[in-house]
Design a protein around this ligand. Structure first.
Ligand code: 5GP
Length: 205
């Protein structure tokens, strides 16, 4: 049985990283797809764990060789999902989760109709601004730029199957966990299992 493919997108600063960390702690079998990026590591980020940090020529070489399932430019930097990793995991029956932006989510959805896409929305513009400022990681200018990008991103909510309004973190964590639990019950994801069961009754699909 093929694994399920989950996509999570959210405007920067809305709390997505915390949500994902919690999810991965709960679902030990869920594999996280480590993206490639041309941006520099931030804070304690580790190569091969948070991202594979590569230079632009290396990234563009991978684009040319068709090694990305999807890729996009975000805030002047390139980000991409390794095709082979995702395909191998799904073939091996592993569930996999992608943390990608709205442009990437759209590309993946056209290739994998069954992908379960989740969009996490901050409760309001003011709250997103407050969260970005409280991280104290960036200049005013950078924060304004992120807010501007967020204004465009939230309009992509229509591409997604589920929307989580990330107001109270504990509730959002439970909601995301529920979505992943339900993913394994989606009928189209269980085609082979259903066929086997029906065959055990002596029937055919
Ligand atoms: P950050 O630089 O803050 O880690 O990520 C910036 C944005 O890039 C986030 O919205 C994140 O979800 C997105 N992103 C991370 N990896 C990928 C990827 O492989 N593909 C695409 N399209 N977006 C990505």
């Amino acid at each position: 049985m093929r694994g399920n493919l989950y996509i999570v997108s959210a405007p920067s600063g809305s709390g997505k990283t915390t949500l994902l960390q919690n999810l991965l702690r709960t679902f030990r079998d869920l594999r996280f797809s480590v993206s490639y990026t041309t941006r520099q590591p931030r804070g304690g980020e580790q190569n091969g764990v948070d991202y594979f940090f590569v230079d632009r020529p290396t990234f563009l070489g991978m684009v040319e060789r068709g090694e990305f399932l999807e890729y996009a430019e975000y805030y002047g930097q390139l980000y991409g999902t390794a095709r082979s990793f995702v395909e191998q995991q799904l073939e091996a029956g592993k569930d996999i989760i992608l943390d990608i932006d709205v442009q990437g989510a759209r590309q993946v959805k056209t290739k994998f109709e069954d992908a379960i896409a989740v969009f996490s929305l901050p409760p309001s513009f003011v709250e997103l601004e407050r969260r970005l400022r409280s991280r104290m990681l960036e200049s005013d200018e950078a924060i304004r730029r992120r807010l501007d990008i967020a204004k465009g991103e939230i309009l992509f909510y229509r591409d997604y199957d589920y929307i989580i309004v990330n107001d109270v973190l504990e509730n959002s964590i439970l909601l995301l966990e529920s979505i992943v639990r339900c993913g394994s019950a989606v009928a189209s994801h269980q085609k082979h299992r259903i066929e086997e069961i029906i065959a055990s009754f002596g029937g055919t699909v």
